[in-house]
Write a protein of this length. Structure first.
Length: 88
């Protein structure tokens, strides 16, 4: 990996793009009152968004995937969320 003035723009633009995409998805999930996104983690692997962590309602999975897909496209969303339903 090279550092220095010759590689700054390449590294900087890549980092900002990833960070802004994660922030946008995170904000969209948090803004939806119908989904509990507190235990959902968002990571990126290249252009693919990885949704990881836990969901507490089955409907939250579909909502989280749909929200991320609106931002990056269906083909760029990977679901790795696990179900953790409350004991009743």
């Amino acid at each position: 990996m090279s550092f220095g003035p010759n590689h700054h723009e390449e590294r900087c633009s890549e980092g900002h793009s990833t960070a802004s995409t994660i922030a946008t998805i995170s904000a969209a999930l948090s803004a939806d009152p119908g989904i509990d996104s507190s235990a959902i983690e968002i990571r990126m692997l290249g252009p693919v968004v990885l949704l990881e962590g836990y969901i507490t309602k089955a409907a939250d999975r579909d909502k989280a995937i749909a929200i991320a897909a609106m931002i990056v496209g269906w083909e760029n969303v990977q679901d790795r969320m696990l179900s953790r339903f409350p004991i009743q």
